[in-house]
Design a protein around this ligand. Structure first.
Ligand code: ADP
Length: 436
């Protein structure tokens, strides 16, 4: 019995020990799990903090809040009325109704004409703005340029009229005239916008004088150079080597060319001022083109430029100054070769005939495959001393050639125009009246 009790006690003790072991074992496992859970949560928190810190670092700064829009100006605060603006336009401005009675004249117009606007109000335009053409013809009621604008309903530019002021002084003016049309395209009036161009004319005159004076000054040393070259050829020609003779020949020919150029400039400026009229002779323009091609063949060959001809076998004659026209053609040829790179082409063409201003005009063109002219510069290339391409200024040139060409052609009743594409080439076209 005692043994049984002991066995039972022993077994009980054994069972308690195992239970304690399991309890201890299980409670240690729960503690470890809790610790691990806490560690995980701490890592998650660290990661979240790091992510927040990085987001803050990479984020763009907050956008500034735009200022509130300014309040719209009140009508009473508007600085100028349209009338104020027109009154102070720095060019003269006169507006008429459909009967050419003045309805508005601004302050500049008052100043140029010398008449208070209030007195001009309701007056006929031609009685206030007294105009005449440069050659003297008065533009009164019958010839008033505003009438033409209202009849044709298109704007008109007149850049060389003379205005007689109230004090009987004369002012050269350049004007733009436009019709004012209603919704049905019926004329309601006209706008005459004009500028006093006395200063520009004065500058033009000074430039002309300068060119004439320089040309005179150049003539003297040139005559001396030519004289000495001729002397060398005549007196010592036999003693020179062939190449030396060739050099002297070139100097002689180029001096002749320069002398002709100077003579043409002088003749031209005298013709322009009316001192000497242009010669009136009949000549064949084809001969001039052929002579010019011959003259420019050596410089063209030097640059391997091909000169092409598209010329008819015969052509009606032209009346005018042969030297002047040759000068004009030479200038265009010279430019064509000068502004065309090596291996390009220059073509000389007679394009046909055109009826222009009641006259049959022959159309000649000199076309090159050269550097061309930028569109915004095309309108200026006929201006005196204008040179469009700065980069090629190492090339000889004065910027005067084309202005003289234009004046020569216009003095012959002709016109000149140009079409050009940068990088592709230019085509200068002259139209001259023919004798038929
Ligand atoms: P220049 O003595 O400079 O040749 P021009 O009056 O003859 O003076 O020409 C004025 C300018 O027009 C030139 O400097 C040049 O920029 C431009 N021009 C004239 N002809 C040509 C051409 N065939 N091709 C390109 N540019 C030209």
């Amino acid at each position: 019995m005692i043994l049984l009790f002991e066995i039972i006690a022993f077994l009980l003790l054994l069972a308690c020990g195992a239970l304690g072991f399991w309890v201890a074992y299980l409670s240690r496992g729960a503690e470890a799990a809790k610790q691990r859970e806490e560690e995980l949560q701490a890592r998650v928190k660290r990661l979240e903090d790091e992510a927040a810190r990085l987001r803050l670092k990479g984020a763009s700064p907050p956008l500034p809040v735009p200022p509130p829009p300014p309040p719209p100006p009140k009508a009473s605060e508007e600085p100028f009325s349209m009338r104020d603006i027109l009154l102070h336009v720095p060019d003269g401005l006169v507006v008429t109704d459909a009967n050419l009675r003045i309805v508005f004249a601004n302050l500049t117009a008052e100043r140029i004409i010398g008449l208070p606007a209030a007195e001009a109000d309701g007056q006929p335009f031609w009685e206030v703005v007294k105009l005449r053409e440069e050659d003297g013809e008065a533009l009164g009621e019958a010839g008033c340029p505003l009438t033409e604008v209202l009849e044709r309903r298109v704007p008109l530019v007149r850049d060389s009229d003379i205005l007689t002021t109230r004090y009987n002084t004369e002012v050269p003016v350049a004007a733009s005239i436009a019709p004012v049309l209603d919704q049905d395209e019926k004329p309601r009036g006209a706008v005459y916008l004009f500028r006093d161009v006395s200063q520009a004319k004065q500058v033009d005159r000074l430039r002309d004088e300068f060119v004439t004076n320089v040309s005179h000054e150049l003539r003297t040393p040139l005559t001396v150079i030519k004289g000495y070259v001729e002397l060398l050829i005549e007196e010592f020609g036999d003693t020179f080597m062939p190449s030396q003779k060739d050099f002297l020949k070139v100097i002689n020919e180029e001096s002749d060319r320069l002398a002709k150029l100077i003579d043409s400039i002088l003749e031209f400026s005298q013709a322009k001022t009316g001192e000497v009229g242009l010669r009136q002779e009949q000549f064949n323009i084809l001969e001039i083109l052929e002579d010019s091609i011959k003259f420019f063949t050596p410089p063209a060959v030097k640059k391997e430029i091909q000169i092409l001809r598209k010329l008819p076998p015969d052509l009606a004659p032209i009346k005018g100054d042969r030297n002047a026209i040759r000068f004009a053609v030479d200038q265009l040829m010279d430019n064509a070769i000068k502004f065309t790179p090596e291996k390009g082409t220059v073509s000389v063409e007679v394009g046909g005939w055109k009826l222009e201003d009641g006259l049959w005009k022959v159309e000649l063109s000199i076309k090159d495959s050269g550097i061309g002219i930028a569109p915004e510069k095309v309108s200026q290339i006929f201006d005196r001393f204008y040179r469009a391409e700065q980069k090629v200024h190492t090339l000889q040139g004065t910027g005067i050639g084309l202005s003289i060409v234009k004046e020569i052609i216009e003095l012959h009743g002709g016109t000149i125009s140009v079409e050009s594409t940068p990088g592709q080439g230019s085509k200068f076209t002259i139209r001259l009246p023919m004798i038929i």
